[in-house]
Ligand binder design. Structure first.
Ligand SMILES: Cc1cc2nc3c(=O)[nH]c(=O)nc-3n(C[C@H](O)[C@H](O)[C@H](O)COP(=O)(O)O)c2cc1C
Length: 209
């Protein structure tokens, strides 16, 4: 009975980040999209979004494209310097905040409730997007926080953000890479340590009708 009630709530609220750990549908590697040249033609920053939630499949494909495992050796769709795989990808939605686990292709809830406003910062358009993907550089995982490390980790976050941009261009979704966000509030909410640094975010949604 309790399970039926939970299922009903899940169906009512949408599935993004509801359960403690939620397996995503397998990424659709046969997804029909634009050609690579058409995709580059479509790549642009978009700052208006439909409020409609992303479908589970679109979210799954988006996260896999961003930083999913694409080879048997565990390497990722985004390159990272020395393969340190130090970029943490958080998903902010109406339902809560989740951390994407590339290896399991799953989401684990790390905070309840709608916190898209702290990612939006002073750019209120960003909180209209149904999801906002936050890239956090984990310098503990990278193994250093010196000037060279800061440059490498920032570049690695840029690759993840560009993967998001290009997937959105190909799939007809709207996004913009952003450095704007309330870093202090994010660190507080996600209980980040001093070596885990919010670097970029991408609000993502269907285009506004
Ligand atoms: C590292 C980086 C940070 C950015 N930060 C923001 C931002 O905080 N807010 C915003 O609206 N756009 C931001 N942008 C998007 C740029 O403004 C946008 O890419 C630029 O105006 C060119 O437009 P286009 O992407 O449509 O070609 C950022 C882009 C990059 C690459």
């Amino acid at each position: 009975m309790k399970q039926i009630a939970l299922l009903a709530v899940a169906l009512l609220m949408g599935t993004t980040c509801l359960a403690q750990t939620q397996n995503l549908p397998k990424p659709n590697l046969q997804r029909q999209t634009l050609t690579v040249m058409e995709m580059f033609q479509q790549r642009k920053s978009v700052r208006e979004y439909s409020a409609k939630d992303l479908s589970e499949q679109d979210l799954s494909d988006l996260l896999w494209a961003a930083i999913g495992v694409n080879r048997a050796n565990g390497n990722l769709t985004a390159p990272t310097a020395m393969n340190r795989q130090e970029i943490l990808l958080y998903v902010f939605s109406r339902q809560g905040v989740c951390l994407y686990n590339s290896k399991a292709h799953s989401l684990t809830q790390v905070a309840e409730g709608d916190h898209r406003d702290i990612l939006a910062g002073f750019q209120s358009f960003a909180k209209e997007a149904p999801v906002n993907l936050l890239m956090v550089g984990d310098f503990d995982r990278f193994g250093s926080k010196d000037a060279h490390a800061q440059s490498m980790v920032s570049m690695d976050a840029g690759y993840v953000s560009q993967n998001i941009d290009l997937f959105c261009a190909a799939a007809g979704l709207a996004t913009v890479p952003r450095a704007t966000m309330d870093i202090a509030a994010i660190k507080n909410l996600l209980k980040l340590n001093e070596n885990q640094v919010p670097l970029l975010n991408n609000p993502v949604g269907y285009p506004k009708e």
